[in-house]
Design a protein around this ligand. Sequence first.
Ligand code: AMP
Length: 459
Amino acid sequence: MTFESLGLHPQIIKALTDAGYTEPTPVQAQAVPAAIAGRDLLVSSQTGSGKTAAFMLPSLHKFASAAAEGSAGKTPNQQAQAARARGERPRFAPAQPKMLVLTPTRELALQVTTATDKYSTQMRRVKAVSILGGMPYPKQMQLLARNPEILVATPGRLIDHMESGKIDFSQLEILVLDEADRMLDMGFIEDIELIVSRTPETRQTMLFSATLDGMVGNIARRITKDPQLIQISGSSTRHENIQQRVHFVDDLLHKNRLLDHLLRDVAIDQAVVFTATKRDADTIADRLNIAGFAAAALHGDMHQGARNRTLNAMRNGQVRVLVATDVAARGIDVPGITHVFNFDLPKFAEDYVHRIGRTGRAGRKGIAVSLVNHAEGVHVKRIERFTKQSIPVDVIEGYEPRKSAAPRARPGWKPGDGRKQGSGGKPGQRTFAKPGAPRKDGGGYRGNREGGRSDGRRG
Ligand code: AMP
């Protein structure tokens, strides 16, 4: 399938070709034609599936087609100019966006804006801006004064501007809720309902979410009209391009030693280490820096400027190990991330899926390793039930857990060398069997995941 066959405007096709996209991803192949036909959409898909383009391409198509027909109305700035020409004093003109994308986090909002800029390079008169908490108000006022066609926003700050009359949604044509499940998890339900209530009934609504069950399903039904349901197969939660494994640890010391060892793997281009708390993210990033890794922390207590600088440093390769909490890392899209480490297991199985999806972006391969206290075996089981996959248990010689029922060490590994011995794999590069695949060396990924001691920390 080609982008041309989806019926997209030539200006968009040109931008996609320049971006190096050769064919639509499955979610794009289904969502784009339906959205161009004007349907509301309910889409279950993950980040990494190409979902941003799935809602942005048909929307840009609509704007490009309207511009070609000359149907674009007068912008508030043009109205103000016309008023001045008539010798009248122009009234304060609020921004009147045509499209609103709501996202749970600032990082995701910035990514959506960047992607929009990329997809609209060939179009004149399409501006996308982010309206985010943490950004100075004067700067946002400047952005709004440009009367952008597309607003990408986190709910709280958007409501501030709505209430102070800086934004008027009466001209809104398209509303997108991106990662709706996450927005609801973060307690944005009332904000979302308020925002939706200020938009015209005639709008087109597209809702993207990892799941369409429960509360998301309820709100989805309320805000859409005769929506087309698009469910991208289980691979979105299965992450089949990502090899997953679990290492059991006895205590915090063991966990730290193992993490340091694993991070010395030469196959790692860049890695994200997930922690349960912001404080742990800082502490571990400091410790890794002292140990000689180019590490940086990313969490919600950091100012937006610092978060952006850290993410840019990650994108341009200055940071090799990002130590992050769930919310801060949500939606991060850095192609160089080859490995994800769960220093602590996430509270929810859904978060596990989101976390490991930071690697293996756009069809690449990735490796996800969880460091698990013996008492947390039950959480691993929960994740396995959710993803309908078993996660192999692995042991590295010299880093075995003391617990007697632990799986045997993999033969051929020397403590501290981070290398696989024998045939298969590039020298100095670790290779791992596919999850669930029989072990060639007969070591087996068996392990007793229940009971035993814990390091007493929350996973
Ligand atoms: P998303 O799921 O929107 O976060 O997109 C994940 C990554 O896939 C981003 O880096 C996009 O630039 C990339 N991407 C999206 N669509 C395509 C496509 N059709 N071909 C290649 N890469 C794509």
